[in-house]
Design a protein around this ligand. Sequence first.
Ligand SMILES: Cc1cc2nc3c(=O)[nH]c(=O)nc-3n(C[C@H](O)[C@H](O)[C@H](O)COP(=O)(O)OP(=O)(O)OC[C@H]3O[C@@H](n4cnc5c(N)ncnc54)[C@H](O)[C@@H]3O)c2cc1C
Length: 410
Amino acid sequence: MKNHNCDVLIVGGGMVGLSIAHQLIERGITKSIVLLDKENALGKHSSGRNSGVLHAGIYYKPNSVKAKVCVSGARRLRTWIEERGLPINPCGKVIVPPKPELDSQLDVLFERGKSNGATVELWDQKQLRDLIPEAESASGRALWSPNTAVVKPIAVVERLQKELALKGVRIITGQTWRIEDPLKCQIKLGNGSEVFYSHLINCSGLQADRVAHQFGVGLNYSLLPFRGMYWQVKADCAIKPKTNLYPVPDLNVPFLGVHFTPSADTIPIVSIGPTATPAWGRENYQGFESVEPVMAANNAALLLRQYLANRGGFRKYVHEQAFLTLPHLLVKAAQQLIPSIRREHIELSQKVGIRSQLFNHTNQHLEDDFLCLLGPNSTHVLNAISPAFTASFSLADLIIESTGLATQTI
Ligand SMILES: Cc1cc2nc3c(=O)[nH]c(=O)nc-3n(C[C@H](O)[C@H](O)[C@H](O)COP(=O)(O)OP(=O)(O)OC[C@H]3O[C@@H](n4cnc5c(N)ncnc54)[C@H](O)[C@@H]3O)c2cc1C
């Protein structure tokens, strides 16, 4: 078996791992990179299963890491995609309050968007209807984001993988691995070969906490998976919003609410979703194929405690979002945005994603921002939730800064 020596070993070949490899090369830091993924192909998890929305940077609290990297990351990724002629739908996005009492949240989002560097405009009902005739704003106002776009996430992942391989990144797929002593900077692959590294970067998405724990890092964190199902508007239905249509979200929970998203296909497919219901396995996409009973039982108990204590607005999340897998509730949520949409207009989509929300056992809250922790000769990217796909190039720069690799000679 062939052993590998490298400066940087990246564990996890989703958009975050790929972007770190991309930026290490672009910035001339090192080309000696091994990227290791347990799956036989890249993009099998969040990076290939998301809504494909390049977010414009509206939602995030000023000074949060998300706010710092979303606007510039979206601009950079969009340029990269356009230069390569990959599919993109530059359709923008409208956010509407589904209830009159949520109207003031539009002003909060307007201010946040502006201070984060996003372009935003407040619209009236007429402007909203000119763009989406069937849409409804409960208060008569809406927020318009012209720079939101939709891409095909798997096409982005595959192109980035191809370019990195051409630039010399050694991409190893379909291998399990184990580490005996993190201080030795050496892992053993399932095929018996070894990888020797100077620095390891853990970008393993839904498994990132488990990998970090092997290095003694982030022991007070664990991941709570939430399953996102999508529906889609049937091909013969006349209701086809040409732009993203989102409700004003509850800013206390990390889910944006059920929304309409036109795809980047030549004839766009309009999806509705994703839902956000607890997943009883981190990679349990179909709902029964890979349930993790111990994790599921622990998480159910934890979620019940959160509900009873109503921490972080959790009770509101449960009442409004946790049961949206039930079609009649999903249709009801969609009708808050487009009142004329009916159950017979929509069908279940094949697409399912699972979000990797990080739970902080010290303060008993879901972490809202990206989190990057340092360990022995290693960096661990925890909580690479939305908009990590959008922000990936700029987020990668920030992660590289935190490793110290940018200032070392390696
Ligand atoms: C339903 C849904 C909708 C979303 N919508 C959007 C959106 O519209 N816009 C947006 O910007 N973001 C969106 N996101 C968030 C976005 O998809 C993620 O933030 C992003 O893809 C995270 O990338 P990642 O590389 O960290 O994780 P992943 O893409 O999950 O990659 C992790 C990789 O690590 C590998 N791995 C795991 N464990 C190991 C191990 N032990 N050894 C080796 N490899 C391992 C996995 O196989 C996987 O390939 C959405 C997410 C979901 C779930």
